[in-house]
Design a binder for this molecule. Sequence first.
Ligand SMILES: [Zn+2]
Ligand SMILES: [Zn+2]
Length: 117
Amino acid sequence: MTIHHIRCPRSSTALSRLRIGGIDTDLCEDCGGLWLDRLELARFQHPESVFGDALVAHLNQFPPTLIDHSIRLTCPRHPDMVLLRRKFSPAVPIEIDECPECGGIWLDSDELAQIRR
Ligand SMILES: [Zn+2]
Ligand SMILES: [Zn+2]
């Protein structure tokens, strides 16, 4: 068992690890946010992905919180790196937070569901 130390960039809660589709995801049971390391999103983003369905269902258990998008977040893995807020893609105008250092991304509560629409 690995002891897990990374914390939620919004609520500073220790993230819970959930292994799904062979990937260890890190999620916040406080605010329903999700941390994915570089390239991990590919496993979940397609609307047909059963792993994506399972992950969204899991995240939906946590009550949505009010999120202030004007607050700049820092990377759970690189506490001195500020995450860059950017549009996910031209086709999917959801804004996500990405670490310029490690390429990991932070998705707030319903952002994964919106990306998969
Ligand atoms: Zn949180
Ligand atoms: Zn990082």
